[in-house]
Design a protein around this ligand. Structure first.
Ligand code: NAD
Ligand code: IPM
Ligand code: MN
Length: 376
């Protein structure tokens, strides 16, 4: 049910069994902007209620800080996070008062790149049939994972503009695909497939490469070759391929057929918003930004949602499921499962925000899950 930890965790299940003898895991909490500041406190409250042995440190990185003193990431901020913390729990960045959203780029993309968090793991699981806009899809029917390359592609922002402001203007946005980058994310996907089970306990069996190698032949060719080569080391895993456009169509027609999808940075971004639609919308989607053995970052898939920010309307469940994913990564799988079970119950009982059919506010929905895990 919980995406398993692929890192050699320094703390295993004993953390859950004997919390007092294990050192506290140090968590950096960075809520960010907009609804990030509303949903992350609810995730922290649930982590506290579940009794996880964590020490939280809060950081004010985001638009307010940037507008106040022009700081995006304080000096040595990423080195400090890597050195002093076991994991990072982050909200979202983006604020209409910062039209360029330069702070979002420097904090979020800066963290992914500079901390080399190359695997963006985005599980897609339908908790209750009522959450899926498609007909006839059962819970457990949708249960796949997108493994998104997180440090390359068009996100590197290499390129430039030429003759800006003239009719001859040229804009170039390079797509970076390194052998090393493609190989490590592909291997991560096969390892993930080999090591993890679906929510119903059945093994994961299939790895699918999603690309656009019919049009983007150079990059696509590298991905194809690497997928074939690395896949050869995993004879037990079925290999599949789909062009990203066909995959989008298929995800809407029948999302049940997907298992583990590996793809580049941009396609991964796009298909995971589409996939979030299959599980109840962006308010339900969790993610981890990982590098095995290094301090990793966990964030809901959604953004800062400025239109609903500050109104106690945002769904906190994606952030709460993200917190569960972080616990699982830290080896506290029993507590992670408690949180997931409580979220499932909240969904079934409609103790949720309006986006998924409930009547509660952000704080009240968080409180419901917190109380539920405290009684388990
Ligand atoms: P968004 O995810 O913020 O919102 C998209 C839609 O989903 C909106 O209708 C919003 O109201 C809804 N939504 C999102 N999260 C929700 C939740 N928890 N509960 C209920 N409804 C929710 O995406 P956007 O509107 O494209 O972007 C807004 C800002 O967020 C932009 O500045 C964008 O760059 C930024 N952004 C940041 C991140 C991040 O920091 N990880 C991710 C995506 C977007
Ligand atoms: C996400 C977001 C980011 C991305 C943006 C805010 C740069 O959409 O995490 O999905 O594209 O990676
Ligand atoms: Mn996105």
């Amino acid at each position: 049910m919980t995406p398993e930890n692929l890192t050699p965790a320094s703390c295993d299940l004993h953390c859950d069994t004997f919390p007092r003898v294990s050192p506290k895991k140090r968590i950096a909490v960075i809520p960010g902007d907009g609804i990030g500041k509303e949903v992350i406190p609810q995730a922290v409250r649930v982590l506290e209620a579940v009794g996880a042995d964590l020490a939280f440190s809060h950081f004010d990185w985001g638009a307010d800080r940037y507008l106040a003193d022009k700081t995006t990431v304080p000096a040595d901020g990423f080195a400090m996070l890597a050195r002093d913390f076991d994991a990072i729990l982050m909200g979202a960045f983006g604020d209409p008062r910062v039209p360029s959203n330069v702070h979002a780029k420097e904090i979020l993309l800066g963290m992914r790149f500079q901390m080399d968090l190359y695997a963006n793991v985005r599980p897609v699981r339908l908790m209750d049939a009522s959450l899926c806009p498609l007909k006839g899809v059962e819970p457990n029917g949708v249960d796949f994972v997108v493994i998104r390359e997180n440090t390359e592609g068009v996100y590197g922002d290499l390129g430039g503009v030429f003759k800006q402001g003239t009719p001859d203007e040229i804009a170039i946005q390079e797509d970076i695909n390194t052998r090393k980058g493609v190989e490590r994310i592909t291997r991560y996907a096969f390892e993930y497939c080999a090591a993890n089970k679906k929510g119903d306990g059945s093994p994961r069996r299939r790895a699918l490469l999603c690309d656009k190698s019919n049009a983007m032949t150079h990059a696509g060719g590298l991905w194809q070759r690497v997928f074939k080569e690395v896949g050869g080391e995993y004879p037990q895993i079925e290999k599949q391929h789909m062009y990203v456009d066909a995959l989008c169509m298929q995800m809407v027609r029948d999302p049940r057929e997907f298992d583990v999808i590996v793809t580049n940075n941009m396609f991964g971004d796009i298909i995971t918003d589409l996939a979030a639609g299959m599980q109840g919308g962006l308010g339900m989607a969790a993610s981890g930004n990982l590098h095995p053995g290094k301090t990793s970052m966990f964030e809901p898939v959604h953004g800062s949602a400025p239109l609903i920010a500050g109104k106690n309307m945002a769904n906190p469940l994606g952030a709460i499921l993200t917190a569960a994913m972080m616990l699982s990564h830290l080896g506290m799988t029993a507590r992670a499962e408690k949180i997931e079970t409580a979220v499932l119950e909240a969904v079934r009982l409609h103790k949720t925000t309006a986006d998924i059919g409930g009547t509660l506010g952000t704080r009240e929905a968080g409180e419901w899950v917190a109380k539920s895990v405290a009684h388990r």
